[in-house]
Design a protein around this ligand. Structure first.
Ligand SMILES: *[C@@H]1O[C@H](CO)[C@@H](O)[C@H](O)[C@H]1NC(C)=O
Ligand SMILES: *[C@@H]1O[C@H](CO)[C@@H](O)[C@H](O)[C@H]1NC(C)=O
Ligand SMILES: *[C@@H]1O[C@H](CO)[C@@H](O)[C@H](O)[C@H]1NC(C)=O
Ligand SMILES: *[C@@H]1O[C@H](CO)[C@@H](O)[C@H](O)[C@H]1NC(C)=O
Ligand SMILES: *[C@@H]1O[C@H](CO)[C@@H](O)[C@H](O)[C@H]1NC(C)=O
Ligand SMILES: *[C@@H]1O[C@H](CO)[C@@H](O)[C@H](O)[C@H]1NC(C)=O
Ligand SMILES: *[C@@H]1O[C@H](CO)[C@@H](O)[C@H](O)[C@H]1NC(C)=O
Ligand SMILES: *[C@@H]1O[C@H](CO)[C@@H](O)[C@H](O)[C@H]1NC(C)=O
Ligand SMILES: *[C@@H]1O[C@H](CO)[C@@H](O)[C@H](O)[C@H]1NC(C)=O
Ligand SMILES: *[C@@H]1O[C@H](CO)[C@@H](O)[C@H](O)[C@H]1NC(C)=O
Ligand SMILES: *[C@@H]1O[C@H](CO)[C@@H](O)[C@H](O)[C@H]1NC(C)=O
Ligand SMILES: *[C@@H]1O[C@H](CO)[C@@H](O)[C@H](O)[C@H]1NC(C)=O
Length: 657
């Protein structure tokens, strides 16, 4: 128990070091098994030997680390295709959104030969465990024109098809990751499979493994045996790789998120670049975010380096690292940015599960507590103890990237330049719980970002979490953008304090930030903030909740759908129009086009206008918009106690400081 205590104290200190103190706002996980194996796959089984990275032939140009002074050539080429493929869906969407007095079709047609004039859209899904994955899924379903009826009046389907980038972090990374790894399937498709599906069966504990009965039925012993064998195969691959709890966690997650035999141990994130649809620019680029933990430091502060994993590369635009490694050859011995001639190229290190696990490494805590859990083979318990001894218990949440691809790279400012391993942690630990960092990089030219926030921020009178967001994630990204030593050319709209969010209800309905392009510190996108709020379900479930049966899961998703559509337009019939106006705002400025009246009305209603109301609000207790669905949820079994204890310990620890 001491471990967890220390771990959470670490996070609390991290929070205290930045602005307001919070606890981790994310949570745990689950799984079940499969039928219909290998039916969908976008990421593929490209690793040379399952989970164990292996030597592979080097490409004719030896892979190297590049300086982050712009986008990679691969991304630049891909963008040309993607931007032009967004034109038709965007035209369709904007004409459907009923922007009275504005001929959206003609506007798009007039500018179609010059895509840089047209809107460039990003979408970001916050962390927050299952809550974030399911609430995010509802929002995603609303954005996706493939969802039945999502293109009817009052709906906003087609936003996904019009977007260029889609980023996820921790629980939001599970959402983005599992959609892409499963052949860019739809949320609806996953739900329709119901209990016959293999992914998102959140009713069984991820710690117990797949339910018996599927065609791949495994007992808990076999399940752990499988996790153990695959992880050890990496350790024993012969190239001195380290394994960390994140390897076990990522493998366990994969059983829930990847629809393939044994959770697809050989599925790599870089394989997405070879998928025909992604390659042709038919889907947005998925990005997963993690933070760096500097050698010898326990604290993740706002100036920690933010890493991204896109299908081509991993690395950071931050001035600390300012470099990118080719994802496909992660695990190779790069030194000073080069791969020495005598060194082989390694393939298969970038397991999709490992990357999703890295972004959500906070949940390693579940894996570290298996001692008390029935059915876990002694061999596995011993292996986990070994891992903890090797890396030190204080570091049980890291993902160990050894060899460090950035070894001796950018020696002056790279905190890990002298370290043989790179240690990454949960992307939400720096309080930037919405993965905006990759999307506000100037070379990506985002005009508008739909920021889905499922954070657990708000507190009850007794100090426990009521688990609604209150803008903390945006505040963090704004603060970072004002810190000259770390922001490195990124700009972000002004964001008020959290009390203002609650007092003005900015966390209860969609809010736009940065509407006035002349009041920014540099080119910055307009932010459409979509906070989790109750429509038909109290979707402020605890980060600790590890069990969601399918009715509850679906209620969360349905509620998320209504968050994005404001109750199918019930709360405001003009909401879909306002979405269109937000999409167009920067583009209208660029093309010197008058803002339609109906958009001015929208901006009056949805743009934060600079008002601040910073007095301490009473506890936030939102009233659901509609009659609640009748769903009772099972209470989590194992992990809730562990996390629950940790949270209590951490809070008392913090208050004692
Ligand atoms: C992947 O999805 C596409 C549709 O986007 C479909 O045409 C293709 O058959 C799917 N691939 C597999 C292996 O199911
Ligand atoms: C379109 O918006 C106008 C108000 O600008 C409204 O009067 C009209 O009913 C809307 N049409 C539809 C189909 O929603
Ligand atoms: C779509 O809308 C139609 C008509 O409003 C309705 O009958 C049908 O049930 C809806 N389908 C879904 C999946 O919501
Ligand atoms: C909103 O629209 C969706 C999709 O058509 C439908 O499934 C859902 O029942 C509607 N909900 C409400 C509250 O109108
Ligand atoms: C990288 O270096 C480590 C030790 O320095 C060595 O064990 C490993 O085999 C090397 N990897 C490759 C692919 O050569
Ligand atoms: C980052 O923040 C930590 C804690 O606030 C501080 O000690 C450190 O000096 C900062 N580093 C940089 C590069 O600003
Ligand atoms: C970003 O950081 C890098 C590395 O420190 C520096 O070379 C570059 O000039 C910075 N860019 C901006 C726009 O500040
Ligand atoms: C906002 O959330 C933070 C945690 O992220 C919490 O410490 C703070 O008390 C909250 N404030 C309000 C007004 O909800
Ligand atoms: C358009 O954007 C620029 C900044 O990119 C700003 O200076 C200008 O004032 C904007 N125009 C309007 C009408 O908002
Ligand atoms: C494309 O549009 C942008 C913004 O309107 C404009 O600045 C640029 O000159 C245009 N390029 C061409 C080739 O027309
Ligand atoms: C305009 O910019 C100032 C200075 O950054 C900021 O304080 C203010 O809140 C901004 N107003 C809006 C509406 O964003
Ligand atoms: C979901 O869980 C609740 C409470 O445990 C239960 O009442 C309900 O019947 C369950 N639904 C399903 C489909 O298992």
């Amino acid at each position: 128990m001491k471990t967890i205590y220390q771990f959470f104290i670490t996070s609390v200190l991290a929070c205290a070091a930045s602005s307001s103190a919070i606890l981790p706002r994310e949570a745990g996980f689950e799984h079940v098994y499969d039928s219909n194996l290998d039916a969908w796959k976008r990421a593929t089984n490209q690793a040379p030997k399952g989970y164990a990275p292996q030597a592979v032939d080097c490409p004719s140009t030896r892979p190297s680390i590049r300086v982050a002074s712009g986008l990679s050539d691969q991304e630049t080429k891909w963008l040309e295709k993607r931007r032009s493929n967004t034109i038709a869906p965007m035209r369709d969407l904007l004409t459907r959104l009923n922007i009275t007095g504005f001929d959206a079709g003609r506007y798009v047609d007039d500018n179609r030969d010059n895509t840089t004039a047209l809107p460039n859209i990003g979408i970001a899904f916050s962390g927050g465990g299952y809550r974030a994955m399911t609430n995010g899924a509802g929002n995603l379903a609303a954005f996706d024109s493939r969802t039945p009826n999502s293109t009817n009046t009052g709906q906003i389907g087609g936003l996904l098809q019009s977007a260029t980038y889609i980023a996820g972090l921790s629980g939001g990374g599970w959402l983005v990751g599992s959609i892409y790894v499963n052949n860019f399937t739809t949320v609806q498709n996953i739900i329709d499979k119901n209990s016959d599906g293999s992914v998102w069966q959140l009713g069984n504990s991820i710690l117990e493994g797949p339910k018996t009965g599927g065609i791949q039925a495994l007992s808990t012993v076999q399940y752990y045996g499988n996790l153990y064998d695959t992880v050890i195969s990496k350790q024993d691959a012969g190239f001195n790789f380290n394994v960390s709890l994140t390897d076990y966690w990522g493998r366990a997650l994969s059983f829930q998120l990847i629809n393939a035999s044994e959770g697809g141990p050989g599925y790599t994130w870089s394989s997405i670049q070879d998928d025909a649809d992604f390659k042709d620019g038919n889907a947005p680029m998925p990005i997963i975010v993690a933070d760096e933990r500097n050698p010898g430091e326990a604290i993740i502060s706002l100036n920690s380096t933010v890493f991204e994993f896109n299908p081509f590369e991993m690395g950071s635009f931050d001035p600390t690292l300012y470099g990118f490694a080719p994802l496909r050859y992660l695990g190779s011995n790069f030194t000073g940015g080069e791969l020495p001639d005598e060194d082989k190229c390694i393939g298969g290190f970038d397991s999709a599960g490992f990357i999703m696990g890295t972004s959500s490494s906070l949940f390693n805590i579940a894996i570290s507590q298996l001692d008390s859990f029935k059915g876990v083979p002694q061999l596995v318990k011993d292996a986990l103890k070994g891992v903890l001894v090797n890396i030190g218990r204080d570091n049980n949440d890291i993902a160990d990237y050894k060899p460090n691809p950035f070894y001796h790279f950018n020696n002056r400012s790279n905190p890990s330049a002298q370290a043989e391993r790179l240690t990454l942690v949960d992307g939400g630990l720096d309080l930037q719980n919405i993965p905006l960092n990759p999307l506000i990089q100037p070379p990506r030219n985002m005009d508008v970002i739909f920021a889905v926030d499922s954070s657990s921020d708000t507190l009850k009178a007794d100090g426990s979490y009521s688990a609604w967001p209150n803008g903390t994630a945006l505040v963090a990204t704004y603060e970072r953008s004002t810190n000259a030593s770390i922001q490195n050319g990124t700009a972000f709209p002004a964001i008020p304090d959290q009390n203002t969010f609650v007092n003005l209800g900015l966390n209860n309905r969609p809010t736009f930030f940065g509407c006035d392009a002349s009041n920014l510190t540099g080119p910055a996108p307009l932010i459409v903030y979509l906070p989790n709020s109750p429509y038909v379900y109290n979707s402020n479930t605890s980060t600790n909740q590890m069990d969601y049966n399918n009715t509850e899961r679906n209620a969360m998703i349905q509620n998320g759908y209504l968050v994005a559509t404001m109750g199918n337009g019930t709360r405001d019939v003009q909401w879909p129009t306002c979405v269109g106006c937000a999409i167009l705002s920067r583009s209208l400025n660029r093309t010197n086009t008058a803002v339609p009246d109906v958009c001015r009305q929208c901006f009056d209603r949805y743009c934060w206008n600079g008002t601040v109301a910073s007095s301490t609000p009473p506890p936030y207790e939102p009233t659901p918009v509609f009659t609640l669905l009748k769903v009772k949820s099972g209470v989590g079994r194992f992990v809730p106690n562990v996390l629950g204890f940790a949270l209590v310990a951490a809070v008392s620890g913090f208050l004692a400081l």
